[in-house]
Design a protein around this ligand. Structure first.
Ligand code: AMP
Ligand code: ZN
Length: 487
């Protein structure tokens, strides 16, 4: 039985789903006004591991994620500018062009990180009718009111509003947080917007007709309506980054339960932040690192995935280049160990059972991914034959998604090629960089062959010139007897 820490109860609970054997899972998706930073990607990596761990434990998971392409303001508390509009203005494009571009960029990052695309991916702008229906019902039931042209949720109608963290209620109240202006049209400080018709910016590009006037939805209503309409009235598991707990998830619970008239979701999974030494990684402040930047610096995206799964999702994680280098070295060694295994032989099912069970127990213990990685090392250290080890690595990688078998195969082929070349005395140029840009790799190869020729002719000045040029290009080279390898 999977046990997960539940942000609602503050305890590790048995994960019991509404329908046995099945699980509905909702994850808040990206606001597509900019590239995802590696902090956002930490959250998506851990949610991906969670989904795969649930499947590994035998559950049939139905997962949905929204794409926020309207309604998320620069402050989570309904104030400031629409983030999408801000992105469009920054790049002199339309909101829809921005949404399309950054949605595609987001999924490209996910692919590189082996993050599976959820079964249902729903852009907010495709479900406006559902939002209007939900707001209409909330008004009919007396949970909402119109004021100053906007529709607000009336939090005073709830028995309990701060469902996640009662102790911090004072600090969290909308309107008292630093830098957030208070909206005087609200009846209560904690009320929030369901539908905007009056906004500070008249140039809002995306507007729809509604019973309350032309306008656009609030951010929170998106996730409630998309989840309820796609996954049904009883949601098993809701996920997001820890900053989403308040006000976003708090408001989602308020409006979903008021709309449905019963409890909606009992299990809340929050991933803690990726920080830098100067604080939380965010798009508006501090260092903003993207996956492409890591790639430009020569890191395999899966090294970042490995870096993330080595720490627990409920601890904040400090990013450092040293830490990433450590993960790169460990990942390289792991792949090399797997590459050295001989696939011939029979699989020892009985011998592999205890290792499989410790891997499963690590995941079932509140998704203890670092312990799951230890179970993987234990396989390699065990006395089992190579074929059994390979079969366990492949099995564990269904959850870890580190491409361990594929990378080991590539490493094995490269080593074979190098050995063959050495034996035949042929000069070889080996590229150690996975997925290197083809044109760049061809240019490096030409320079390295020219350098080899220069050295043969004892033109050391030209050979040095070429080496300097390669250094400027960020290329590191290692010479060997019969060739040169570069990264
Ligand atoms: P956004 O695109 O801003 O809506 O955020 C996408 C997801 O990333 C949300 O689940 C956030 O809670 C999460 N998130 C934002 N900043 C961080 C961070 N520094 N570390 C981890 N997750 C984050
Ligand atoms: Zn959401």
């Amino acid at each position: 039985m999977m046990k997960l820490y539940n942000s609602l109860t503050h305890t590790k609970d048995d994960f019991i789903t509404h329908e046995p054997g099945k699980c509905t899972m909702y994850t808040c998706g990206p606001t597509v006004y900019h590239f995802a930073h590696i902090g956002n990607l930490r959250t998506y990596i851990m949610e991906d591991v969670l989904e795969k761990a649930l499947r590994y434990s035998g559950l049939d998971v139905k997962r949905c994620m929204n794409i926020t392409d309207v309604g998320h303001l620069t402050s989570d508390a309904d104030t400031g500018e629409d983030k999408m509009l801000k992105g469009a203005r920054r790049e002199h494009k339309t909101v829809m062009q921005i949404a399309e571009f950054y949605t595609e960029a987001f999924f490209k990052d996910c692919k590189k990180l082996n993050i599976s695309v959820p079964e249902f991916v729903v852009p907010a702008t495709s479900r406006i009718d559902d939002f209007i229906e939900m707001v209409t019902v909330l008004l009919e039931k007396g949970y909402a009111y119109t004021a100053n042209g906007n529709v607000y949720f009336d939090t005073s109608r709830l028995g309990e509003y701060y469902v996640f963290n009662k102790h911090e209620a004072e600090n969290l109240e909308i309107g008292v947080r630093e830098g957030v202006e208070e909206d005087t049209a609200k009846k209560n400080k904690t009320d929030f917007v369901l539908w905007f018709t009056k906004s500070k910016f008249e140039d809002q590009e995306l507007k729809w007709d509604s019973p309350w006037g032309t306008g656009y939805p609030g951010w929170h209503i998106e996730c409630s309506a998309i989840s309820v309409k796609t996954l049904g009235e009883y949601l098993d598991l809701h996920c997001g980054g820890i900053d989403n707990a308040f006000p976003h998830h708090t408001n989602e619970i308020a409006q979903s339960e008021a709309y449905l008239g019963h409890k909606w979701c009992s299990q809340w999974f929050h991933v803690h932040h990726l920080n830098t030494n100067s604080g939380k990684m965010s798009k508006s402040s501090g260092e903003f690192l993207t996956l492409s930047l890591l790639e430009d610096k020569g890191y395999d995206p899966l090294v970042y995935r490995f870096f993330c799964i080595q720490s627990h999702y409920r601890k904040s994680l400090v990013f450092s280049w040293e830490g990433l280098d450590g993960a790169a070295a460990a990942y390289g060694k792991l792949v090399a160990k797997i590459a050295a295994l001989d696939p011939a032989g029979d699989i020892d099912e009985e011998g592999s059972a205890p290792l499989k069970s410790s891997f499963a127990s690590a995941l079932e213990n509140d998704l203890n991914t670092s312990l799951a990685v230890t179970a993987l090392y234990d396989v390699l250290k065990s006395g089992l034959n190579d074929a059994t080890k390979l079969s366990l690595v492949s099995d564990f990688d269904k959850v870890l998604s580190l491409d361990l078998i594929k990378k080991a195969e590539t490493a094995r082929k490269a080593a074979e090629k190098k050995a063959q070349a050495e034996a035949s005395d042929e000069f070889t140029v080996t590229c150690n960089r996975e997925n290197a840009d083809e044109a760049f790799a061809a240019a490096v190869r030409d320079l390295l062959l020219e350098r080899a020729g220069a050295k043969k002719k004892k033109d050391f000045a030209r050979a040095d010139e070429i080496r300097n040029r390669l250094t400027e290009m960020g290329v590191t080279i290692v010479d060997s007897k019969n060739g040169v390898s570069w990264s």
